[in-house]
Design a protein around this ligand. Structure first.
Ligand code: UDP
Ligand code: MG
Length: 138
């Protein structure tokens, strides 16, 4: 099924100047960019994005991290985009991620793990609408 998913290149990776390299891995993996922008989230915006994690012990630290510097947010489209993107990203913890995945190659820690990708069609719908209007996605 052709799906859309929301990807964020997190502040750690933007700081390292590896935006192009990360996008290239998704493109080589068969994903197409349907929308893209570079923004600097406020703490409140980061909290809203990660609202599903509001009761987790890492919520405060995660939302501080996500608002510490610019991020690149994009909508990627392709066959089974949600699971394909998560495969290319690798496991949440870079030390447990498979060789050749983005998180294994560029992640610094379980928090500073370079990229975000939606985990389901429900979260993709919420996350895409959080950053992009209908007219910006094509
Ligand atoms: N995270 C963290 N500590 C944890 C688990 C997650 O700091 O123990 C951060 C990490 O940046 C992760 C994000 O919170 O990417 C969202 O967590 P989730 O479990 O949804 O992982 P993901 O879907 O990003 O793989
Ligand atoms: Mg998640």
């Amino acid at each position: 099924m052709i799906e859309r998913t929301l990807v964020i290149i997190k502040p750690d990776a933007v700081k390292k100047n590896i935006v192009g390299e990360i996008i290239s891995r998704f493109e080589k993996g068969g994903l197409r960019i349907a929308a893209l922008k570079r923004i600097h989230l406020t703490k409140e915006q980061a909290k809203g994005f990660y609202i599903v994690h509001k009761d987790k012990p890492f919520y405060e630290s995660l939302t501080n991290f996500m608002s510490e510097g610019p991020v690149v947010v994009m909508v990627l489209e392709g066959k089974n985009a949600i699971s394909e993107v998560r495969k290319i990203m690798g496991a949440t913890n870079p030390s447990e991620a498979e060789k050749g995945t983005i998180r294994r190659d560029f992640g610094e820690s379980i928090e500073r793990n370079a990229v975000h990708g939606s985990d389901s069609s429900e979260s993709a719908a919420y996350e895409i609408a959080y950053f992009f209007s209908f007219l910006e996605i094509f």
